[in-house]
Design a protein around this ligand. Structure first.
Ligand code: FRU
Length: 751
């Protein structure tokens, strides 16, 4: 169907309330709509498909167990499968499971008192949804006073429904209160070229936002009330209309093609520009990404899983997203790999964990969240593509934190106890879990097992003491040959400790930060056959590749509007240098991303306080440069620069050995963070060598192949692609300069 509904059946569940009558009158007063009231228990006597373009059930009062819904479910299901449309407003949305459309009903069903204008915060991904056709922007309050029904998904998500909107309250975006959802019922017969939605399948929209028609006005202030009412009218009419027009039936993305379409929608919305979504770093197809998880090379392919929220670009209702690669540089989006089980210990989220090869069976250990508990869970895959995971029925595999340890309890968690790093050593499985101790400081707890399901607590591999961060998240122990590296994420930084393990404890020799910028919760993959089985034995030695999460450095609203959040770093090789210091570099394969060479210059002299625009530009490029300070105080390399320098990001290397990134001039968007980041680069007696990866909103800097600083910046202008250099207070030189345009991590047209 492609027209607005002209015959709408208003469902009633007994005597009509004042609210229901007011809603029906409102609809009947609209041009071209014939409204008829139909009782649930009379539905089966009607030829619903012929009689109505759409059905609407609007209910403010609580729904009783005894209401005659279940009998009507069959008729409604048939109607929807025939291509019908159903709008469920206020508490009617809470009946979605009883109508057999969905198995997970909203978890917040009650009332609330409004103190601020409240309504829908529409997802930018669906800004072109027909429900929004007569509304501008994404934030639409509909009411600011009174006690109103509150129906939404807060800690869980529908299993089949696709969230369309969260909540706006005053000026505050509240992304984790999902208040509008779309379901597709029945099969979709075809897709047209630009539209991922089914045309023939039935459509259901649930709207839990306070769209009320009777009672006091929406606001005490007349003009405000009129405005809110007007928005309500457009929203409800839009939702009704969306049930019967093209593009209105949105289902939850499930297969790899759906993921590709999500990615393309985000790009089509203009994210493929300076300040937008990175091009060659791994990003989610849309929505939220945090930690890399379950990194494994399986059957010749690299698998990266990651913390993913399908409901939008915010942290909540965490699933595992999945991407796969043959070559480590080009990737394909895979369907969601792990979703919370409505009745499982991971009901509220599948948090971070790792993958191991259990004698041929791919196995995940991850943290399940449920209420105030977070406990380890296990899942195994039965396919070589690692798409279909079965959760172990004995989950959780550890029932509680060690009894003899005083683990930190917080507002949210009975015990801070999460994230998993599992490896095989000495014929046993070893397992690190992150925690915080009540008397101060993060710690990494060590367990061992024969089986992966039955664990013995061995003690703390390392405890940070009262001066360490309160909780250590995502601990990981990496084998660097002569020594081991433990890294932990302490809410702010990724701290590493180098040393040796003796009797289950790490004897620390040195420590530092893995990265000095926007880099968090890294995880590594052991690549046993790095050289792809070539002749060169050295190439075939195992290597460890590390990815970190590059969180956004802008506020919630900016992330919401972008429709995506979070990227992963390039894969990094971490090693120790002969002098014992740490070395970090991008995996060799990263050079395969280079497409066009932009610069290959011998020395460029910089006169004192002179700025030179370099013959290099781009928003997704790699720059390799050697910088000799000579007698200058500092050299500034300015990137993402507009011709008038209204936007630019200085990367400054100073004589005192500090390298800094100043984000104050990076962006004219006030929602972007404007602070500076810096790190000490160890003293050197030769030019500073830099590899700088610029990727739209990411800057990943490797200094002297040792220290890393990753930064997120958000230029707003399309011409923020220039690069210039300047020496301060003396002469300096760029001793060598090379630059390349880099290709796409997620190229289109790949199967
Ligand atoms: C680190 C972290 C982990 C947790 C996950 C939840 O960023 O907080 O400790 O498992 O993210 O998404």
């Amino acid at each position: 169907m492609t027209a607005s509904p002209s015959r709408v059946g208003i469902l009633t569940d007994g005597d009509r309330s004042e609210e229901q009558r007011a809603a029906a009158d409102w609809l009947a007063a609209r041009d071209g709509i014939a409204v008829e009231t139909v009782a649930f228990d009379g539905l089966s006597d009607r030829d619903v498909s012929t009689d109505f373009d759409a059905l609407w059930w609007h209910r403010a009062a609580p729904i009783a167990e005894t209401d005659p819904l279940d009998d009507a479910a069959g008729t409604i299901d048939r109607y929807l499968s025939d291509g019908g449309g159903l709008l469920l407003t206020l508490r009617a949305m809470a009946s979605i499971d009883r109508l057999s459309v969905e198995s997970v009903p909203p978890d917040r069903v009650g009332e609330e008192s409004l103190a601020e204008p409240t309504g829908v915060l529409w997802r930018s991904l669906y800004a072109d949804h027909p429900a929004m056709a007569s509304l501008e922007g994404l934030r639409h309050p509909v009411r600011e006073r009174g006690t109103v029904p509150a129906v939404r998904y807060e800690r869980v998500l529908p299993q089949r429904g696709e969230p369309l909107a969260s909540t706006i309250r005053g000026d505050t975006a509240v992304p984790d209160e999902v208040t509008a959802v779309s379901w597709r019922v029945g099969e979709c017969s075809e897709r047209d070229e630009h539209n991922e939605y089914a045309e023939s399948a039935g459509a259901v929209v649930g709207l839990g936002a306070p769209v009320l028609f009777a009672g006091p006005p929406a606001s005490d202030d007349g003009p405000t009330a009129d405005r809110l009412t007007e928005t309500r009218d457009r929203l409800v009419a839009g939702c009704l209309r969306s049930l019967t027009v093209d593009g209105g039936t949105v289902a939850r993305p499930t297969d790899a093609e759906d993921m590709r379409r999500l990615r393309d929608r985000v790009d089509a919305a203009g994210e493929d520009r300076p300040g937008g979504r990175p091009k060659y770093h791994l990003t989610p197809p849309a929505n939220w990404l945090n930690d890399p998880n379950g990194l494994i090379r399986w059957d010749g392919q690299y698998h990266v899983f990651y913390q993913y929220n399908p409901a939008g670009p915010f942290h909540n209702t965490i699933h595992w997203g999945h991407a796969v690669s043959d070559d480590l540089v080009t990737w394909r989006d895979e369907p969601v790999a792990l979703a919370p089980s409505p009745d499982g210990p991971d009901r509220d989220g599948c948090w971070s964990g790792c993958a191991v090869d259990d004698d041929g069976t791919p196995t995940l250990l991850y943290t399940g969240g449920n209420g105030r508990d977070q406990l380890p869970c296990l899942a195994t895959a039965d396919d070589s593509g690692l798409r279909s995971w079965e959760k172990y029925e004995g989950n959780p595999v550890i029932e509680s934190p060690p009894a003899d340890l005083d683990v930190l309890e917080t507002e949210h968690w009975r015990a801070e106890f999460r994230d998993h790093n599992v490896w095989r050593e000495g014929g046993r499985w070893h397992h690190l879990i992150g925690t915080g101790l009540a008397d101060g400081g993060g710690a990494a707890l060590l367990y061992t097992s024969e089986t992966l399901t039955d664990w013995t607590y061995e003690g703390t591999l390392l405890a940070g003491g009262p001066d360490a961060g309160a909780v250590w998240e995502c601990p990981e122990l990496i084998d660097l040959g002569d020594r081991r590296l433990l890294h932990v994420s302490d809410y702010e930084n990724v701290v590493y400790f180098l040393g040796t393990v003796e009797d289950g404890e790490l004897a620390v020799e040195s420590e530092g930060l893995l990265d000095h910028g926007d880099f968090y919760a890294p995880q590594s993959l052991t690549d046993a056959n790095a050289g792809d089985g070539g002749d060169d034995d050295a190439d075939d030695a195992a290597r460890s590749l590390t990815w970190g999460w590059l969180p956004e450095a802008r506020d919630v609203d900016a992330q919401w509007d972008a429709g995506w959040s979070g990227a992963l770093s390039l894969p990094r090789v971490i090693e120790t240098a002969p002098d014992g210091d740490l070395r970090q570099r991008p995996a060799d394969e990263v050079t395969e991303l280079r497409t066009e060479r932009l610069a290959d210059a011998a020395a460029i002299d910089l006169a004192p306080d002179d700025r030179r625009r370099l013959d290099v530009s781009g928003a997704a490029i790699e720059i390799e440069a050697e910088i000799a300070l000579d007698d200058a105080e500092a050299v500034e390399l300015s990137v993402f620069e507009t011709p008038d320098r209204a936007e630019h990001t200085p990367i400054r290397y100073a004589r005192d050995g500090t390298l800094s990134v100043d984000r104050a001039p990076s962006s004219r968007d006030p929602r972007a963070f404007a602070d500076a980041q810096s790190m000490a680069v160890p003293p050197y007696d030769e030019p500073l060598s830099l590899r700088v990866f610029l990727d739209r909103s990411a800057i990943e800097i490797y200094a002297n192949g040792r220290r890393c600083l990753t930064s997120r910046v958000y230029p707003t202008r399309d011409d923020a692609v220039g690069v210039s250099a300047r020496a301060e207070g003396g002469r300096a030189a760029i001793a060598s300069l090379s630059a390349w345009e880099l290709g796409e991590a997620m190229p289109t047209g790949e199967e």
